[in-house]
Design a protein around this ligand. Structure first.
Ligand code: ADP
Ligand code: ZN
Length: 722
């Protein structure tokens, strides 16, 4: 075991701070009190425990390494993957009068040298480095000359290949940490501060899987794990099916009200971002045109910077972005975040919607999706995860001796079937997975063969992440609870948010719900009856048992099930089983307590999801087929709270009589009621009150066959009602 003595006496700045955490919080950071979770985490870190803290951005993670660093004394080594984050944190600490230095590629050599001198003098409280710095020969050795207060790893999810921004340089942290923490292993404990140098990992975005990976990769020892604060009380989440061509108009309408801005729209491609920004800029925003700008990787850094600043200053009110826009921005009053297409991961999605409403005021988020998004995603997946053969081809061109990447590339391009982009992508993937090593000088050598397996696993994982997003859109569970569960905060999942489109369909802005038609309510009743004696049924089996296959589409059936779940009558649970080595997914449907209590006399006030509100649809366009279908008189599209279509009292009575007859007839024939007559036809009959077969045939929904079969009986009901 090594015991390295301090090269020089530590300055006052770097000695342990005897004060209680709460005092340090006030005297050093100027905060009145800890935020939820902070104190517990600080105490664990001060006591020298390894820990993983998962808290959303802005919740106050930084304090959880900063305060313990001061309490423990010595220099805190902070490893951060992004120069901007590093600069930002260092500046904030320096402003508090703390001794801070940072070392990264954006700085002059002299600055780095000075940082090392100060570190060795023991006068630094915080040293920020980029992970790749540890690979610089001599650097880890230099760090080991002094006692570190702690090692903080920011954005720790970058270490995990399951994380959404995996950084190869984070991968090797695990190799260096044991050496760094072994230094000064025997400094005696003082006031409950153990000499063990704790590793503290921080991230805003890690699923349980990624959390486990972080702990393992960093070799954390019995880490305390804290997951806090994923529930956002002031976000109203809506997830809405919107056809791709309708999205621009819907977005313009949503953002037309000045109170819905500032806003961020996340687009799925550069082109979409530019088009949307253009369309928005042309559209009226209540107080003149909407000031919108596109923001994507195709713009140069200066332009991006300019847009960011303009947004910060409210000169631009809407940014339509494709990439991690908002990472560095600190804007509290974002009122709306719109996803104009399906995001690739729930983590990314959560981070993005999380940029809304930092000031605590109610903010709305909309996720637009449709089946077409799946194709777009497949395209991206293929681009980001090129075929294994591409990697193999590049792997074979690499040798044992380092050669400049440029050279390898140009040789390869001349011989291989790949273009430059494909080559670079494949090389990047090889490097990430250890199949290639690129050194500081930009030379590449061949790595180990293990890349094949981890690459395949990762590509598969990516595809699954996307499936999770797809399932999220189809869920009938509170949106916020679903997200909180996704992040592993199991203690906090059982409380519906009360604001999302699932919890409060009537309060939804973009998404509309209509009242279920009597036929749908009847069907719901049959579903209840079918489920009553059983533990659960798979959705498909249920549909078959009700003999609905073909008569009612799977979509319509699912919409009804979702409505029943929203009304609390049934629970829907994703489940899977294996068949011939294949995972088969299905949805388990079971009755809830409320569902069990339903009797035939119980009215079922169901709200069926019905696309987007008319005011958000494309102007001057004929209603789509689906919409036209739903624009019938009985189930007339309506805001959920507006009540059903209006009939006169007399018409209402006739409709009831026709339905009575219909019910009996359906029973006799053993078919669902709407097979006899559609609701819309019932309403049309009640309104028109036909007196003979000719008039009867004029009614929408009354074909020859129907007239022949039921005409006489229907006319009798209509006459009888006179
Ligand atoms: P994160 O790293 O989780 O994204 P930060 O650590 O940057 O969040 O904290 C966000 C903001 O909250 C910062 O401006 C910070 O000063 C402030 N903050 C953190 N803890 C407290 C506290 N206990 N009281 C008041 N403000 C706090
Ligand atoms: Zn909810």
């Amino acid at each position: 075991m090594t015991t390295v003595s301090n090269a020089s006496a530590p300055s006052a700045a770097a000695t342990p701070h005897a004060a209680a955490p709460a005092e340090i919080l006030q005297s050093v950071f100027g905060h009145e009190c800890f935020r939820s979770g902070q104190e517990e985490v600080c105490r664990a870190a001060i006591a020298g425990r390894d820990l993983l803290l998962v808290m959303p951005t802005g919740a106050g993670k930084s304090l959880c390494y900063q305060l313990p660093a001061i309490a423990r004394g010595g220099t805190a080594l902070v490893i951060s993957p992004l120069i901007a984050l590093m600069e930002d944190q260092a500046a904030k600490l320096a402003a508090l009068g703390l001794r801070v230095a940072r070392i990264h590629s954006g700085l002059e050599r002299a600055v780095a040298r000075q940082a090392c001198v100060e570190y060795l003098q023991g006068s630094l409280q915080f040293l920020f480095i980029a992970p790749e710095r540890l690979r610089v020969p001599g650097f880890p050795e230099m760090l080991r000359k002094k006692r570190l207060a702690l090692i903080a790893i920011d954005e720790a999810h970058c270490i995990s290949q399951w994380g959404h921004d995996f950084r190869p340089d984070y991968r090797m942290l695990g190799e260096y940490l044991p050496g760094l923490r072994a230094a000064n292993g025997h400094v005696p404990a003082n006031d409950g501060i153990t000499a063990r140098i704790p590793v503290l990992a921080f991230t805003a975005t890690a699923t349980p899987e990624v959390q486990a990976d972080i702990v393992q990769q960093l070799g954390m020892i019995k880490p305390a794990q804290f997951i806090h604060g994923f529930r956002r009380e002031n976000l109203a989440i809506e997830v809405v099916e919107v056809a791709v061509p309708d999205r621009a108009q819907a977005i313009c309408s949503l953002l037309a009200r000045p109170t819905s801005r500032p806003a961020i729209v996340y687009a799925t491609s550069r082109k979409q971002s530019e088009t949307l920004a253009e369309v928005l800029s042309q559209s009226a925003g209540g107080n003149g045109k909407i000031r919108a700008a596109a923001y994507h990787a195709g713009l140069d850094a200066a332009t991006r910077e300019r847009i960011q600043t303009a947004f910060q200053r409210c000169e631009v009110e809407v940014v339509v972005a494709t990439i991690a826009f908002g990472m560095g921005i600190d804007k509290a009053d974002i009122r709306t975040v719109i996803h104009a297409g399906l995001p690739g991961t729930l983590e990314g999605y959560y981070q993005e919607i999380g940029r809304a409403g930092r000031d605590g005021a109610l903010s709305r988020t909309y996720l637009m999706h449709s089946y077409a998004d799946q194709r777009t995603h497949d395209f991206f997946l293929n681009r980001d995860y090129p075929p294994l053969e591409h990697l193999s081809t590049v792997f074979q061109t690499l040798g044992e001796n380092p050669r400049p990447v440029e050279k390898v590339r140009s040789e390869a391009l001349a011989r291989l079937e790949l273009d430059q982009e494909e080559f670079d992508k494949a090389l990047e993937k090889l490097e990430i997975h250890g199949g290639a090593r690129v050194d500081f000088g930009g030379s590449v050598t061949r790595g180990g063969p293990a890349w094949r397996k981890t690459y395949a696993v990762q590509a598969q994982h990516r595809a699954e992440q996307y499936q999770k997003v797809v399932r999220y859109t189809a869920m009938s569970e509170c949106r916020m609870s679903a997200l909180v569960r996704h992040f592993g905060d199991e203690h906090d999942v059982d409380r519906p948010c009360g604001k999302c489109d699932v919890c409060d369909p009537a309060g939804a802005v973009l998404r509309v719900f209509r009242h279920a038609t009597p036929a749908e309510r009847e069907l719901a009743q049959r579903i209840v009856d079918e489920l009553r004696p059983l533990d659960y049924l798979a959705a498909g089996t249920l549909q078959r048992r009700l003999e609905l296959v073909g008569r009612i589409s799977r979509d319509e059936f699912d919409a009804l099930l979702d409505a029943m779940a929203r009304a609390g009558l049934i629970g829907i649970e994703d489940a899977e089983f294996e068949k011939n080595g294949e995972i088969i997914r299905f949805r388990k449907i079971r009755l809830t307590e409320d569902g069990l209590a339903v009797r035939h006399s119980t009215p079922l006030p169901l709200l069926i999801s019905d696309g987007i509100g008319d005011e958000f649809a494309r102007r001057g366009q004929p209603p789509s087929r689906a919409k036209a279908k739903k624009l019938d008189a009985a189930g007339k599209r309506t805001r959920a709270d507006a009540g059903p279509a209006e009939l006169t009292l007399e018409q209402e009575k006739l409709a009831a009589l026709i339905k009575q007859w219909r019910m009996a007839e359906a029973k006799r024939l053993g078919v669902p009621a709407y097979v006899v007559l559609h609701d819309r036809t019932v309403t049309a009959l009640a309104t028109a009150r036909p007196e003979n077969s000719k008039q009867l045939l004029e009614i929408d929904g009354m074909g020859e066959a129907k007239a022949e079969k039921f005409g006489a009986a229907i006319l009798k009901v209509c006459f009888g009602a006179k």
